[in-house]
Design a protein around this ligand. Structure first.
Ligand code: ZN
Length: 140
């Protein structure tokens, strides 16, 4: 046991390569072979062109906070040591939006447009979580 007490994602056949990428420190998204669009979260079928074909592509791991909230109420005992914490929709520079935490900063300092980069946090042997931290760059 690792002592990790928070809920964990359960990789599906579609998302398994994404989680394997995280374990290797790589943020991946699907590139549709039919229309060329990035597909995230991972899906078996493209929502734009219905193609079932896709390849995996590494993202830069850099983006901006699209929107966010700060959790001040404890919904799960596993988060007790982290209160309050910021949950954000991060828009990657490549376009996909990912729901994650903004870490290594005061949650009150998080704002829309804040530049962030991915930071991988190993939760268990199987799961490494992509979180984001401020880059310190000027907001675009
Ligand atoms: Zn497509």
């Amino acid at each position: 046991m690792t002592g990790y007490t928070k809920p964990l994602p359960k990789p599906s056949p579609e998302s398994r390569p994404f989680w394997e990428g995280c374990r290797e420190g790589r943020l991946l998204a699907q590139r549709c072979s039919g229309c060329g669009r990035l597909r995230f979260p991972p899906k078996a079928v493209c929502p734009h062109c219905l193609s079932r074909e896709a390849s995996w592509e590494q993202m830069s791991g850099r983006g901006s906070v699209f929107t966010y909230t700060v959790f001040r109420r404890l919904y799960h005992p596993g988060f007790a040591d982290e209160m309050p914490y910021a949950v954000a929709l991060v828009e990657l520079d490549e376009g996909p939006r990912m729901l994650s935490n903004i870490v290594n900063t005061d949650p009150e300092a998080v704002h829309c447009g804040m530049r962030v980069r991915v930071r991988f946090e190993r939760a268990t042997d199987a799961i490494t979580l992509p979180k984001f931290e401020p880059t310190g760059e000027e907001t675009r």
